[in-house]
Design a protein around this ligand. Structure first.
Ligand SMILES: Nc1ncnc2c1ncn2[C@@H]1O[C@H](COP(=O)(O)OP(=O)(O)OP(=O)(O)O)[C@@H](O)[C@H]1O
Length: 268
């Protein structure tokens, strides 16, 4: 007996995105299934954030279809869809002295600050504490936001995004600005998270292959709004395809699950 194929969490079909008369995405297609962890890679201006905003139900395509969690954009209430998508935005702006744990709890209300007179249920508190442990920031849970480092905030924000039990987690350049130790802690946390939530699908945007967790299963290379390659990570993250994507000779190697990139020597 053959197994029924898993319904995609995201189905993007021949999408164009036009803004201010400019074609930002050109015939892009993508299918993401439960348990898949995608890397979205490409040079500056390639269209990575634009694609993330479509699958995050933030904006609609100009042409083509986007379905997220079974709801087709344009036919579904996108606010309702967004409630099931965890979106980790490095520009998340907390201006008060919330503790790390309180920041995570705001994920239950979808707000930036804790709403007045709101208190979490015991289940919400337990969930926040479990996620804080998974992301490895237990010891910092009572520290206030202004005193946390960028890497520590990043891990609290991932825990926050997971509070509503999303089936899809979008990570927009989560390692930007982190030192090597903070980056490695973040990547280990993402690996742990993925193993503890096997049905979760994730998409991680980055310019740097060194910032990919070892649990990355799939990759898409974008350039000038077009897909250069998409599929299983080992088939896509190759010297030939990454060189074509960045228009620069780049040698790719994978060691102990992690990727590395360096300038390739060009043979005359
Ligand atoms: N609303 C808009 N109107 C016109 N052009 C836009 C708009 N939004 C984005 N762009 C342009 O579209 C292109 C793709 O932008 P996008 O932010 O998706 O790229 P990116 O791959 O995420 O880039 P980066 O790595 O620099 O963050 C860029 O050239 C950008 O200037």
């Amino acid at each position: 007996m053959t197994e029924a194929p898993q319904t995609p969490i995201i189905a993007v079909d021949k999408v164009d995105l036009v803004r201010s008369g400019k074609l930002l995405l050109d015939q892009v297609s993508m299918a993401v299934r439960p348990g898949e962890h995608w890397a979205l890679i490409g040079p500056n201006g390639a269209g990575k954030s634009s694609l993330l905003s479509l699958v995050g139900a933030v904006q609609h395509p100009t042409r083509g279809d986007v379905s997220v969690l079974g709801g087709r954009l344009g036919r579904t209430d996108i606010r309702e869809l967004r409630a099931h998508i965890g979106h980790v935005n490095p520009r998340h702006d907390i201006r008060t002295a919330l503790t790390g744990r309180e920041a995570v709890l705001t994920g239950a209300t979808g707000s930036i600050e804790l709403p007045p007179r709101w208190s979490p249920t015991p289940e919400q508190e337990q969930r926040a504490d479990r996620l804080i442990a998974t992301l490895g920031v237990d010891a910092l849970r009572d520290d206030v936001w202004p005193t946390l480092s960028q890497g520590e905030r990043g891990r609290f924000l991932i825990a926050r995004a997971l509070m509503p039990l999303p089936r899809l987690l979008l990570l927009d350049e989560p390692a930007t600005g982190l030192d090597v130790a903070a980056r490695e802690q973040l990547l280990s946390s993402i690996d742990r998270l993925r193993s503890e939530h096997p049905g979760l699908a994730t998409i991680l945007v980055t310019h740097h292959l060194e910032e990919l967790p070892a649990t990355t299963t799939h990759a898409m290379l974008l350039r000038g709004g077009q897909v250069v390659a998409a599929g299983e990570a080992d088939d896509v993250l190759t010297t030939k395809l990454v060189t074509a994507c960045f228009d620069q000779p780049i040698a790719i190697e994978r060691r102990d699950g992690r990727w590395g990139a360096r300038a390739a020597s060009v043979t005359p």
